[in-house]
Unconditional design. Structure first.
Length: 192
């Protein structure tokens, strides 16, 4: 992570609250999105709808029933807040205001123990727009709403996804599910 990104994270924590800090291990060899060279991390968009629920997505290639909080990559040189607002709009069609910095997750490789990826989760308040993906490459198949207290159950479901190799993620669905479950637990704890 660059010094510029660290400074921005410090400013975001000052403005939106100190995030929950989480360190998680991931299996070496896991590819999606860890090994993608176009990003150093991702934002997790916890979009609160007017009825108090949060928005979940699934994609047309995910295992059945695998809904999750939407995430989007932070390109090298892109601001974290810029990525958050851009990805929220692209993946949901919604406009939103940032309310809280919920979690900062560092993922460490199991072999070397060094940080290889980051997820930054933010609570956003929906302010307008029409729900629907503006980026067809995202392959979003459906949206669902969940009460914040349901996020632990969603994490449990992601944790239980069966092992199966997938060319769509260049890896194993079980690894993907365990990786994705981490942010759901961190967000659930931050919102409790």
């Amino acid at each position: 992570m660059t010094e510029e990104a660290r400074r921005e994270l410090s400013a975001l924590a000052e403005r939106y609250g100190t995030p929950r800090l989480v360190s998680a291990r991931i299996r070496d060899g896991f590819f999606d999105p860890i090994k993608r060279p176009d990003r150093f991390g991702e934002v997790c968009m916890v979009v609160r709808r007017p009825n108090g629920t949060v928005l979940l997505t699934t994609k047309d290639f995910y295992p059945g029933g695998a809904f999750r909080l939407p995430t989007g990559g932070i390109a090298h040189g892109e601001g974290i807040l810029d990525a958050l607002l851009r990805e929220t709009h692209e993946e949901t069609g919604l406009t939103a205001e940032v309310r809280r910095f919920l979690a900062w997750i560092d993922y460490e490789g199991s072999g070397e123990g060094r940080v290889v990826f980051h997820t930054f989760a933010f609570l956003l308040e929906e302010t307008g727009g029409t729900l629907g993906s503006l980026d067809p490459h995202e392959r979003i198949a459906a949206y669902r709403e969940a009460a914040p207290e349901e996020l632990v159950g969603i994490a449990d479901h992601l944790d239980s996804i069966a092992s199966e190799l997938s060319p769509d993620i260049e890896g194993d669905w079980a690894d993907w599910g365990r990786f994705r479950a981490v942010v759901h637990r961190a967000v659930a704890e931050a919102l409790a």
